[in-house]
Design a protein around this ligand. Structure first.
Ligand SMILES: [Zn+2]
Length: 315
């Protein structure tokens, strides 16, 4: 297995050469631009492929990618001081996202709605951290044991519970409400899983080239397929517990994104080209396993790594 990792504390900017076509639709005629493997909003300029994403694909990808990056994890990124692309944009982001919005309702002891209690805007510096993501069983294509009915997964929420409870208590006192429910974080399965698919595919294309594997994810990336549970899920713990590269990364505060991958037999599938992605490891978030494709018979991944990244990439 060949592993690679991106460490945002020490990663120098890498611009990989063009693959001569769009990495998502494989078209070689449309106008193309540089593609950040990890979106700038998360990873600044860590790694990109030149001349790699056509304008048509960008329009399709942009919708769910922005949904994920802005709506879903935008408040969390704002709260931990994540980067934004330009100064102008940064200013705009701050204007919209200096505060986090929390909405409250009064409920009775059975959980039944009684009345709205309005909302509060809390400055990022004081707001309870809330990160909504998605968690699901391993991808079904691998044939690993998955509890029937759980294949689609469920929302996963990190929240600073003590701070949230204090906030709810405060609102209850002010409004004379006995039990206060706080609405936090919106999660979209669709946006989250398509974002993971797009990132995993782009990373694999950057590492090994498009001719290294038969791709499984391009229809999901381009919104043409919906069977996301087949290729995107959580990694079984044995896959990352035994990876020192992953374990090591947990310690640093600056690590906001982890990605590793390679070729492996997993479950029923041989020559599986996979990627593990973990967003914000510091809150112990799910480690996603994404099955990117099947490595073509006889393909020499070591030779490709040397050719594409030089000897140092292997060290
Ligand atoms: Zn394209």
């Amino acid at each position: 297995m060949k592993l690679d990792e991106i460490d945002l504390d020490s990663y120098n900017r890498i611009q990989l050469p063009s693959l001569g076509k769009c990495i998502y639709c494989y078209d070689d005629e449309n106008k193309r631009t540089e593609e950040h493997i990890i979106p700038y909003a998360i990873g600044e300029n860590t790694v990109s492929i030149l001349d790699a994403r056509c304008d048509n694909c960008q329009i399709i990808i942009n919708k769910y990618e922005q949904g994920f990056l802005s709506k879903q994890i935008g408040p969390f990124r704002g709260a931990i001081g994540a980067p934004s692309r330009t100064r102008k944009k940064k200013k705009r982001l701050q204007e919209h996202h200096t505060h986090m919005r929390f909405t409250f309702t009064e409920i009775d002891w059975t959980g039944k709605y009684i009345r709205d209690l309005g909302y509060r805007l809390i400055p990022f510096t004081q707001a309870p951290l809330v990160l909504p993501l998605w968690t699901s069983p391993p991808p079904t294509i691998l044939g690993l044991p998955v509890r029937a009915g759980s294949e689609m997964g469920e929302s996963w929420l990190y929240q600073e519970k003590d701070k949230l409870a204090a906030l709810a208590k405060d609102v209850g006192t002010e409004k004379g409400a006995f039990i206060v429910k706080t609405q936090t974080g919106v999660v979209s399965r669709e946006h989250t899983l398509r974002f993971l698919a797009k990132t995993a595919h782009a990373w694999a294309a950057a590492q090994f080239g498009l001719d290294a594997f038969d791709p499984f994810l391009t229809d999901i990336v381009l919104n043409k397929a919906h069977d996301m549970e087949r290729y995107i899920g959580n990694a079984p713990p044995y896959m990352y517990e035994n990876m020192p590269e992953l374990g090591k990364l947990v310690e640093g505060e600056g690590h906001i994104f982890r990605i590793v991958g390679g070729r492996e037999t997993i479950g029923d599938m041989s020559d599986c080209l996979f990627t593990l992605i973990q967003l914000y490891p510091m809150v112990n978030s799910p480690v996603h396993l994404i099955v990117v494709g099947k490595v073509k018979p006889g393909f020499d991944m070591d030779a490709r790594m040397l050719e594409r990244h030089g000897v140092e990439a292997l060290a």
